[in-house]
Design a protein around this ligand. Structure first.
Ligand SMILES: Cc1ncc(COP(=O)(O)O)c(C=O)c1O
Length: 438
């Protein structure tokens, strides 16, 4: 279906301006040589549509981008200067695959405050958590292996593991996160591992309750299934109490003396500086038993040798005197206000039949449209006519479904644009609902 206002761009993309491309497409020699595993990885309609969200007149709730206004430019500039002046030759050199030791030690101290007790030998720095997910796929996923995920789940993980030909077992989420009541049936199918996002899940924004965390760990242990816990947003909580990570609950489950629980290694834990410092630095980390770290190191050597030495040293320099704690407080204030603005705007502008989650933190909320309304169709209209974007939810479902759902990001644009964008989207939704009724 043509999208009003988007035809011109589509034509331009189809015919290169210099007109040099004649004869058979240049890609032929390569395109018949793509590995079999790429066959499942196609470009989707949604991805094509989302290219248009970059246009300046579009209000986009589509990306998962932090607000650039909160990037600590001065602190990073000062840190970069210090690193270059004081340790420039080390910073510009190759470095160990595991990562910069002072940064790993700092992360160990940081995690201990959140109940995760590990040593630097359990930590490997990765180029974003996205790389951590990819390396986990390389290390553990054989073609046809089943990975158990929440449904919906983080699209980047599905992309990473589909490249290794994973199959998926899916367990639905509700307002309290993964529905553990439906977990056991899937565990019986023998997943290679479980992939869980306990805090302010991407995309649904929901948080796994304490009771469910305990039950999840108990069931996973009962069935001998390891867990990958992905936690990029844990520190970005705007209301309610911090909940213990699955790593800690697993340590407690293994009957440790209270307060002195050892890392069991059953749960691999990933987190990142992307949302608390800056995603452009591409600094994240994975926590695993040393036997797994040494294999992940081999995988990472094949991928990129190591994450940027300079980036790691700058991140350490920025973080070493507690700056991140202060900075996270600022981020929480800014994003908390934006979340509130979006929730209030939804109340004002959306029809009563639409449902949405009320995230306690993170970057996203999740909308369920009334029966009969397809969110990809809604996006075409909202983007072309109303110049507002979001991500249709279907692509976050590993086994299909979710056609009535949408992911909305509230961190990137300020409260005024949130109000205007939700007003426009509300209008598009109301039009659709009215037409569906008619
Ligand atoms: C759940 C989840 N995991 C991993 C990532 C990747 O983060 P990074 O920037 O560290 O690669 C994201 C990014 O949005 C995410 O939402």
């Amino acid at each position: 279906m043509p999208i009003p206002g988007l035809e011109i761009e589509a034509q331009r993309a189809a015919s290169p301006p210099n007109g040099r491309r004649s004869g058979p497409p240049l890609t032929t020699l390569w395109s018949e040589r793509f590995a079999q595993r790429t066959q499942r990885m196609g470009s989707s309609v949604i991805r094509e549509l989302l290219k248009y969200t970059e246009k300046p007149d579009v209000i986009s709730f589509a990306g998962g981008l932090p607000a650039p206004e909160v990037f600590p430019l001065a602190e990073v500039a000062r840190a970069a200067d210090t690193v270059l002046r004081e340790q420039g030759k080390t910073a510009l050199q190759y470095s160990p695959t595991e990562g910069y030791l002072p940064l790993r030690e700092l992360l160990v101290r940081h995690m201990a405050r959140y109940g995760i007790k590990v040593t630097p030998g359990n930590v490997m720095i990765t180029s974003g958590s996205q790389q951590g997910l990819d390396l986990i796929g390389r290390l553990f996923v054989n073609p046809g292996d089943r990975v158990l995920t929440e449904s919906p789940t983080y699209l980047g993980a599905l992309q990473a593991w589909s490249a290794y030909q994973a199959d998926y077992l899916a367990v639905p989420v509700d307002d309290d996160g993964l529905d553990v009541g439906k977990l056991e049936a899937q565990l019986r199918a023998g997943p290679k591992f479980l992939y869980i996002l306990p805090n302010f899940q991407n995309p649904a924004g929901v948080t796994l309750s304490l009771e469910r965390r305990r039950r999840l760990v108990e069931l996973a242990n009962h069935y001998g299934a390891p867990i990958v816990e992905d936690d990029p947003y844990g520190q970005l909580r705007y209301e309610g109490e911090h909940l213990p990570p699955l790593v800690q609950i697993d340590a407690e489950w293994h009957d440790c003396a209270k307060g002195d629980c050892e890392f069991t290694g059953d749960v691999l834990y990933l987190s990142t500086l992307s949302k608390t410092l800056a995603p452009g630095l591409r600094i994240a980390w994975v926590v695993a038993p040393e036997s797994v770290i040494s294999r992940l190191v081999q995988m990472k050597q094949g991928a990129d040798l190591h994450s940027s030495t300079f980036g790691q040293m700058v991140a350490y320099e920025v973080a070493k005197d507690g700056f991140l704690d202060r900075h996270v407080r600022t981020i929480r204030e800014v994003y908390g206000e934006r979340r509130n603005a979006m929730l209030a705007a939804l109340e004002r502008h959306f029809p009563a039949e639409v449902l949405w989650t009320r995230p306690q933190g993170g970057l996203f909320l999740w909308i369920t449209l009334p029966e009969g309304i397809d969110s990809t169709e809604l996006l075409k209209e909202a983007l072309g006519r109303d110049r507002v974007a979001f991500v249709p939810g279907a692509s976050f479902f590993p086994r299909g479904g979710g056609e009535r759902t949408c992911r909305l990001n509230f961190s990137y644009v300020g409260p005024e644009l949130i109000e205007e964008g939700i007003r426009r989207l509300g209008k598009a939704v109301k039009d659709r609902v009215a037409r569906a009724r008619a």
